[in-house]
Design a protein around this ligand. Sequence first.
Ligand code: AMP
Length: 590
Amino acid sequence: MTFEETGLKPEILKAIAEMGFENPTPIQEVTIQHLINSTQDLVALAQTGTGKTAAFGLPVINNISMQIKEVQSLILCPTRELCLQITRDLDKFSAYIPGFKTIPVYGGADITKQIRELKSGGQIVVGTPGRVHDLIRRKLLNISAIRWMILDEADEMLTMGFKEELDAILATTPAEKQTLLFSATMPLGISEIKSKYLNNALEMSVGKRNAGAENVEHHYYMVHAKDKYATLKRIADNYPDCYAIVFCRTRMETRDVAEQFMADGYNADALHGDLSQAQRDQVMARFRSKQLQMLIATDVAARGLDVTELSHVINYSMPDDPEVYIHRSGRTGRAGKSGISVTIINMKETGRLKQIEKLSRKKFERKMVPGGEEIVEKQLFHLIERVKNVDISSGQVEKYIPQILEQFEGMSHSDIVKHFVSLEFNELLDYYKNARDLNIRVEAGRDSMGRNDRGDRGSERMSFTKLFINAGKKQNLNASGLIGLINEYSNRRNIEIGKIDIQRKFSFFEVDSAFEKDLVNALNNQVIEGHVINIGKVQSIEGQPASSREGGSFRREGSGGGYGGGRPREGRSREGGFNDRSDRPRRRRN
Ligand code: AMP
């Protein structure tokens, strides 16, 4: 079907042709015809990225009468960002209808300006439930004449606690109207709204429920939890052109990862709820215009950010809810493009990954975290490609060429190239020299998810020893400080470190058993900031090696002594902690 066949007005056809829309998406095929020909309510199970804004926007704009002065359609959506996004889209769709106006109203912004806009009149109001309800109560927004009521991302509005406002708004709408409800999922609350406020609604689902985008590949990397950040950096280095959202679990994790990532020279920024609205707007604008290559975000903050060309979605932390995974990964592979959804997991998370595999009916492919050589090669040829494609037409360097060539006299062509490449690459080569293998190796005979024939989990090859140290939170010791201390005193940068447990005056941690003795000898009795360090092996009371147990009670083996400790110096190897690689040249997006 073509847009011409749907019966939309020529003004709208012209606008969407200019936007590059050639054919309606499956959801648009149904909704456009349905709204033009029928007044029956509609419930559509649809994810973002399916073209649902145009699915409701185009037929509503088409059916609106420019003779009527009152607001004719109310669109409710969960966030300010989505509200502005919908308004932007509707403005484009209605660009050739003289006098057509869509008014966005949302919380956290000056209400007087919104009241002024409402007073000057418009055909459509798009708003968040809280602000819309407020304006209705204050009799500043009159919805008594609306003919189309649209609930966009209805499930999300419930999740965000807008149930009361939704009920209050829906209860005041006129009986004679057509209601359209769009939701990515159908939780109980949505069924309730459907039965309470919708009449004999036509139900439709776009694509398979929970299917996720077809052209998205699902990759995962299995590493120790402590290596997640190093893995993220390797992924970013291995895809020099990636344009990605990195999803974290909490605001704090988002902030920590982003701060470190930026300090490490990546072209990234954070988007989370602790930022002011102005800061969030600024970050989103920079990401949309591709001044930023990677956006580190929470799920909530990233909602409403509509970017169609993401090459990757990176799950730095796997979500608890498989549906959230499907939603995240659906942000790539849009508008006919292919995309990659990457998940970084540790061994404990393989079960959850299986769950997502089952629900989405997508096969996850294990990828190995690239090693130093592979990354350096990728970066090198990326640079060569950039050199080949750089625009030299302005002729600005032309005048210096004779002098430059004079400087290079006597050097061969390949030597000159070597010099330039080395200038750019020596540091990276040095950084990745002897880079550790970050992958968790699974025993032979087990599948990539670490299960053997009986389905139980595989074990990691490394053997860890649990150590005790007489420093903890009181001495300002944190995990990265402890790692820094281990690196500094062992004089090695590649000791595997397992679980770290920082208590008030002491801490436990696991290290690769092969380095246990060296580390204890190097650190024991060292005086750090006036405190004498005591460190020793921990053995469980039952005499089991501590590393083979989860928790339990422990006694120390080795040296005794008081709690001295002291603030350890920072400075983990460049890959291990959150304080590394600040000296790396800043990456630029080209
Ligand atoms: P949505 O699901 O509304 O967030 O839309 C996802 C993206 O697809 C937006 O960037 C739209 O501009 C774009 N889009 C929507 N409908 C079409 C269409 N028929 N053809 C091409 N792109 C579209």
